[in-house]
Ligand binder design. Structure first.
Ligand SMILES: [Zn+2]
Length: 606
């Protein structure tokens, strides 16, 4: 069941209109601000965005990497972070309005970096940027500043200016050390007022960054969300160490327990768990839970002075059988930074949170000064689907020229254009996907539809196969096609834009090969034999996924059937990748008549 079906549309929270009001009417900043903090939800600091490109590396200065769920690795891709990255990155198109996420004073900025210029052109790492010192203090009472980086030169504030939450501060771009259009949001403890770009010795606190006031953050169009609350559907649901069925089971979730999740990947959510001395978080299948956004979120702060919170707390929080310190201890909250969802609270700062296992289902925790208690989440009156593309059947015919306003793109290089020859039954318009205009190192664009728990369904689209063996020189190529059960990272390669993980049907315009297979960390693994197509024209690609069976069709004919367990559920979509980063003109792929729907006789998540 989709969120959209569960929440009343008539009570829709009109965040889109609020943002528009702010743009159109000067002096309407307070109107935005009223909507910017709708109870326990916080608006992300931009008018639109698509995915989190990277979280902060919580192990600054070491070779290891940890993201905000606390998982560590020495490969950059496994957590959504890369080594020593000091902020959260959100992908978004150039020119996206950026807004202050705090009331405060602009203490530094930079505006002299040319659009789309990079360190190789002499640009400083942060490009154009704005640094705002918050009026409020951190939960520990420190001064805190928020930096927004990689902006266009058209910054809309000046040093010394007061800003309100929601106030326009400038527009996004790709300036500085950036591989593609995105926004870098960083918070600094005890910020240096004189520099827009912090020195490496400054404390950068990931803990407060983009997770500052509220546990759930949304873009105004709700296309982007950070944070989920999940309700478990059945007893004895495994929580695993990693996002695979074969991974070690590290906990057992019980029916109706609530868990806070950071992000979905490969059909799993990463959830924070208490009472483990080895794991701060584990993975639970998206098909085993509902996304509910209910409860009160509590979060222990790191030990004083420990901003990386890589270790267990010096003093753990006991979990009691009842809201009383004289009742039995049934478990412990061991780690800082984790978020836990209380279904009940009792006087004296007691919160009842899920205890994974086969014994007590819940434990009571007493909050102290070192525990952040966020405002209570209520079933939101927000249409979280953002666009009308999360319900079956999903139908897109690309009928108007201009930017595509459906789906969740990885970046913003997708336009509906006039295209000849017309697709079968088409209207002369087609979607063009490309990496045009990206002067960073990025090389792919995808658009996703659907939700992480979607499992038994098909995706289908007409794709114009354009055989161009010499277009990009000896080693260059373009690949494009359809995909399904994406890991929610929306990538089709590995290099810096997120490793692709999904089932895909992919055409290579250089070799003419059409492959059925799966992307595993950005590499295409082929099922069956490739077919070579050297005649240009429209072809209907279709992939069906049902349980562990994956079927690939071309123009209505079954090409390959595979049995595979790698990707159990996830969104579907369209993808484009080019190997060539010199960006010659004429690149791109064309799509029309997109469909995704349930398979007959199947529940989408069974
Ligand atoms: Zn960044």
């Amino acid at each position: 069941m989709s969120l959209q079906m569960k929440f009343s549309k008539s009570k829709r929270w009109c965040c889109r209109a609020a943002a528009a009001l702010c743009i159109l009417a000067t002096g309407a900043v307070t109107a935005f601000a009223e909507h910017a903090s709708p109870g326990p939800y916080e608006i992300l600091p931009f008018d639109d965005a698509y995915i989190v490109e990277a979280f902060t590396d919580l192990l600054q200065g070491s070779d290891d990497i940890a993201d905000w769920t606390g998982w560590t690795s020495n490969t950059w891709d496994t957590p959504h972070a890369y080594n020593d990255h000091a902020a959260t990155d959100f992908s978004m198109g150039t020119g996206t309005p950026l807004r202050a996420i705090t009331t405060g004073t602009v203490i530094a900025l930079r505006t002299n970096v040319q659009e789309n210029s990079h360190p190789k052109d002499g640009a400083p790492y942060y490009g154009n940027c704005v640094k705002i010192k918050a009026d409020g203090k951190s939960p520990r009472g420190e001064d805190i500043a928020v930096i927004t980086a990689h902006m266009l030169p058209t910054v809309q504030v000046s040093v010394g200016q007061r800003v309100n939450v929601g106030q326009l501060i400038g527009y996004s771009d790709n300036t500085g050390n950036s591989t593609s259009e995105h926004c870098h949001v960083e918070s600094n403890i005890n910020p240096i007022a004189s520099t827009a770009q912090q020195s490496s010795s400054t404390i950068r606190c990931a803990f407060y960054n983009a997770h500052y006031k509220y546990p759930i953050m949304l873009s105004p169009t709700a296309k982007m969300r950070v944070g989920n609350v999940l309700r478990v559907r059945n007893n004895n649901t495994p929580i695993r160490a990693d996002k695979y069925e074969s991974s070690t089971q590290i906990g057992t979730a019980q029916k109706d327990q609530l868990y806070f999740a950071s992000f979905p990947k490969r059909g799993y959510y990463r959830v924070f768990i208490p009472n483990s001395t080895s794991y701060r978080s584990g993975w639970i299948r998206a098909v085993d839970c509902d996304d509910v956004l209910l409860g009160t979120v509590i979060q222990p702060l790191p030990d004083p002075g420990d901003y990386i919170h890589a270790n267990m707390l010096n003093t753990r929080y006991p979990m009691y059988e009842t809201a009383s310190a004289s009742s039995n201890v049934v478990g412990y909250v061991n780690w800082a930074g984790g978020r836990f969802v209380a279904v009940e609270q009792a006087p004296g700062d007691w919160y009842k949170i899920a205890l994974p296992g086969t014994g007590a289902k819940w434990g009571w925790v007493k909050a102290d000064a070192n525990m952040v208690v966020y405002p209570e989440l209520i079933n939101p009156t927000i249409d979280l689907s953002g666009a009308d593309n999360d319900q079956f059947p999903m139908i897109q015919n690309f009928t108007h020229t201009g930017p595509l306003d459906y789906g969740k793109p990885k970046f913003d290089r997708r336009n509906v254009v006039s295209f000849y020859p017309t697709s079968p039954g088409g209207d002369g318009f087609a979607l063009k996907l490309s990496d045009d205009g990206n002067s960073g190192d990025g090389e792919n664009e995808t658009i996703r539809y659907g939700r992480p728990e979607y499992r038994n369904y098909y995706v289908q689209c007409d794709v114009y196969l354009d055989y161009r063996p010499s277009y990009l020189g000896a080693n260059g190529y373009e690949t494009y096609g359809v995909f399904i059960r994406d890991d929610c990272f929306g990538g089709w390669d590995f290099y810096f834009e997120g490793p692709g993980n999904c089932y895909a049907m992919v055409y290579n315009s250089k070799t003419g090969e059409l492959r059925c297979g799966k992307y595993v960390n950005g590499s295409l693994v082929t099922f069956g034999s490739p077919q070579t197509i050297t005649v240009d024209g429209w072809n209907k690609m279709r992939i069906e996924t049902q349980g562990t069976t994956i079927r690939y069709y071309l123009n209505g004919s079954l090409k390959t059937t595979a049995t595979d367990t790698d990707f159990i559920s996830g969104p579907c979509g369209l993808g484009y990748r080019s190997s060539n980063r010199s960006y010659p003109p004429g690149r791109g792929a064309y799509f029309d008549n997109f469909r995704a729907d349930l398979l007959p006789g199947s529940s989408v998540t069974d």
